[in-house]
Write a protein that binds this ligand. Structure first.
Ligand SMILES: NC(=O)c1ccc[n+]([C@@H]2O[C@H](COP(=O)([O-])OP(=O)(O)OC[C@H]3O[C@@H](n4cnc5c(N)ncnc54)[C@H](OP(=O)(O)O)[C@@H]3O)[C@@H](O)[C@H]2O)c1
Length: 326
């Protein structure tokens, strides 16, 4: 099968299409023929080893010293189960599914095996494979951070970076939880963010949300421009700051701030739970959650897709199409 291989950290040019062995499913695994995958901000971070402050050495230990130990990047996929191991009960050949592989990656390829008890679920029938491939990275991240913040109906939630993959998911999920949503984005994305369910939209090119005297129960910062020092005055007592891009110093400081102020800081990697994946599938099926797709690229043009993702200005998700998308 064809796979996009990254043997060393570096610019998009390090990626090469190679023929590799088609994976064989273990007894508890399914083999998925991938119809669509994505290039996420996370993939770009791994390929370029561009990680938050203080994590460079730790990430080399986790991912590989001079290049990723798993040379096939990509964490999201949607496709069709092609074969199953003999102990698999939940899925059968022909099922349309979507899945999230997190740090195990391996989705930038024509096939990927997944344990049936892993983060894999039936594809919502109302989504194409392109759409289903983009359900999980932003959705699982936003869901995990909102769960850690114990989001409540009626709370005021501000989403800084409301037009990215996590932001577009966070707007829709916060609205699903019954929150009053304020999205922060640039002029070009105001209508998009409003259409996803934000009641208030702040254009960051015209207004600084930390200076307008409004206060929130939850602020989720997907950009890295709203650390505690800037956003504390915008948090109510009991408010929670969700820092997606916390560096090591921020993470070490978070428990201390939570102890010594009336506000809480939530940071660190999002957890992967199959229940969250199933929750996203149900919300998609009911029409409450739909991944936003900015651009689609053919598999051979993944390097181009990375270049676009690395501008930091995509709207929602960038999808890579491998096979016909139904
Ligand atoms: N902790 C975790 O487990 C975890 C999990 C997933 C992701 N992350 C991190 O979260 C971050 C966001 O991920 P993502 O995939 O959502 O990124 P993304 O899709 O690349 O976000 C791009 C969006 O950010 C907006 N943006 C850029 N500058 C902005 C600013 N100053 N104010 C408001 N919006 C701005 C852009 O809008 P404009 O074009 O309008 O500027 C664009 O729509 C990444 O750094 C990623 O590494 C962390």
């Amino acid at each position: 099968m064809r796979a996009m291989i990254c043997e060393r950290y570096g610019p998009p040019e390090v990626l090469k299409v190679k023929e590799v062995n088609k994976p064989k499913p273990l007894d508890n695994e399914v083999r998925i023929k991938i119809h669509a995958t994505t290039v996420t901000s996370g993939d770009a971070r791994v390929r370029g080893l561009n990680v938050p402050a203080g994590f460079g050495f730790i990430m080399r230990l986790v991912l590989g010293i001079s290049g990723p130990r798993q040379p096939v990047l990509g964490t999201e996929m949607a496709g069709v189960v092609e074969s199953v191991g003999r102990d698999v009960r939940q899925f059968k050949a022909g099922d349309s599914v979507f899945a999230f592989t997190d740090f195990a990656m391996g989705c930038h390829a024509e096939y990927r095996c997944m344990p049936e008890k892993g983060a894999i679920a039936l594809k919502p029938t109302n989504l194409t494979h392109d759409e289903a491939a983009a359900l999980s990275f932003g959705g699982m991240t936003a869901l995990d951070f909102f769960n850690r913040a114990k989001i409540q109906r009626g709370e005021r939630v501000l989403i800084n970076g409301a037009s990215g993959a996590v932001g577009t998911a966070a707007v829709q999920l916060a609205r699903h939880f019954g929150a009053e949503v304020t999205g922060v984005c640039s002029t070009a994305n105001v209508e998009l963010v409003r259409s996803l369910g934000a009641v208030h939209v702040i254009d960051y090119t015209k207004e600084d949300f930390t200076q307008n005297s409004e206060t929130y129960d939850i602020i989720i910062d997907t950009v890295g421009t709203a650390p505690f020092s800037r956003s504390k005055a915008s948090l109510k007592d009991g408010g929670r700051l969700l820092m997606l891009l916390a560096g090591l110093p921020d993470m070490l400081q978070a428990p201390w701030l939570s102890l010594t102020t009336k506000k809480k800081v939530v940071a660190g990697p999002a957890a992967t739970r199959v229940e969250d994946l199933q929750c996203l599938a149900e919300l998609a099926e009911s029409g409450e959650f739909k991944p936003v797709i900015d651009r689609r690229y053919p598999f051979e043009q993944i390097a181009e897709a990375y270049r676009y993702v690395e501008t930091g200005h995509k709207k929602g998700n960038v999808v890579i199409v491998l096979a016909s998308s139904v």
